[in-house]
Design a protein around this ligand. Structure first.
Ligand SMILES: Nc1nc2c(c(=O)[nH]1)N[C@H]1C(S)=C(S)[C@@H](COP(=O)(O)O)O[C@H]1N2
Ligand SMILES: [Mo]
Length: 382
């Protein structure tokens, strides 16, 4: 039955010079590159937060995680215009009529459609969930952001590999001819024009948020809100929101340091008597901003001998904060032993503020912000 005047369009009805493999393939290359970089940097970030047994975190250069996570975030943001234009260029394919008559062709068709459906859904999910997370909008009521974003990353990469393999002949043909081949002179947008607009849009999208890590770009980064007027390290979660104000300002505060059944309790005065160092280190939040500060405090490795823990022991750092996802973090042996890994009590020449982790917080090179535990209560060597 068909309704007069109402007909499901066919692919050929929707093809235009812009909605063509020529455009799709070119945008696809950039999209593949951005997804590839986001995938690798994402794997690295995930490994730091859920380290497999064989994994040793890198601590030099000190900005290695700031760099890799900055790339992760910015390539993800660059994907927004690229993905939209890519979908625009290929959507006529959505209306391809299945080859019902031929069972073999039907099977292949189904596989191809299935893998593309998976790829499109997974790619949209990655970009959307990453953006939501970076804007601290957490509609993650039923699933955890990190484990889901990680799992779906594998779906993207798997279906992308299949997609590229299947489309290789189309991609080859698309690149064999000049961009404007077969294009009639018209007053409308040309393929070159669309491609240029897409790349400019991606560049602008990156600039609109890059100020979260690149101070010079602050003034153009209209979507970046982690900027502290006058400079300095932003505050991710305040003591009030974390519910630690009472515990952190308790005059009886002590930092417990333990190894096996050995334990010492250090007051702030005890900490102040140990050798002090000041090091410039970045905080690089997984959510896409980073900032460096001059952190003053005691080297973590100088605390271990107080409880007889051998150099190179791994350390579990626990916050005074009771609930929340970041109340403790583990330091691999090489990180705990690093001379730049500090129990900080000062930032930028001032005593550490309550919101930055007073009485003391962890700061170490090459670590995701989520592992730079604030309001330390206990350090346990293992
Ligand atoms: N106890 C505790 N430590 C924490 C957090 C937290 O919520 N609770 N947030 C972490 C995150 S996500 C980041 S990015 C850094 C930010 O440190 P800052 O607020 O001093 O910039 O602290 C980390 N340490
Ligand atoms: Mo963070």
């Amino acid at each position: 039955m068909s309704v007069p005047g109402l007909r499901i369009p066919e692919e050929a009805d929707l093809r235009t010079t812009l909605r063509s493999p020529t455009v799709a393939a070119r945008v696809g290359v950039w999209l593949g590159l951005c997804f590839g970089i986001a995938f690798l940097t994402g794997l690295y970030s995930h490994a730091l937060q859920s380290p497999p047994g064989w994994f040793t975190p890198l601590t030099r250069p000190v900005w290695i995680y700031q760099f890799s996570q900055g790339l992760h975030y910015l390539t993800g943001v660059a994907c927004v215009p690229l993905l939209l234009v890519k979908l625009y260029a290929v959507y006529p394919r959505f209306f391809v009529r299945p080859p019902w008559q031929d069972r073999r062709a039907m099977l292949l068709h189904g596989l191809e459609r299935g893998s593309i459906g998976l790829l499109v859904a997974a790619a949209i999910f990655q970009v959307a969930s990453g953006l939501a997370n970076s804007s601290q909008w957490y509609p993650w009521l039923v699933f955890s952001f990190r484990s889901t974003h990680y799992a779906v990353a594998w779906v993207v990469v798997g279906s992308l590999v299949v997609h590229i393999a299947v489309k290789l002949p189309v991609i080859r043909t698309a690149f064999a001819a000049p961009v404007d081949e077969g294009e009639e002179k018209s007053s409308g947008l040309s393929r070159r024009g669309l491609l240029r607009t897409t790349y400019v849009a991606s560049g602008l999208a990156v600039l609109s948020v890059a100020g979260g890590s690149v101070p010079r770009l602050r003034r153009v980064s209209v979507f970046e809100n982690h900027y502290v007027p006058g400079g300095g390290v932003p505050i991710n979660k305040t003591a009030r929101v974390a519910g630690v104000t009472a515990a952190a300002t308790d005059p009886g505060y002590v930092l417990a340091v333990a190894f096996g059944d050995q334990e010492v309790e250090l007051t702030l005065a005890d900490l102040a008597e140990l050798p002090q160092v000041t090091e410039r280190l970045p905080i690089a939040c997984v959510e896409g901003w980073s900032a460096s500060g001059d952190w003053t405090g005691v080297r973590l490795r100088d605390l271990l001998p107080l409880v007889g823990a051998p150099a190179g022991s791994a350390v579990l750092a626990t916050s005074l904060q009771e609930d929340g996802p970041y109340t403790s973090s583990e330091l691999a042996g090489n990180v705990a032993d690093d001379p730049l890994t500090l129990v900080a009590t000062g930032l930028d020449g001032e005593p550490l503020s309550l919101d930055h982790g007073f009485p003391c917080r962890l700061i170490a090179p090459g670590r995701p912000g989520v592992l730079q535990t604030k309001w330390l209560g206990r350090l346990e060597a293992t």
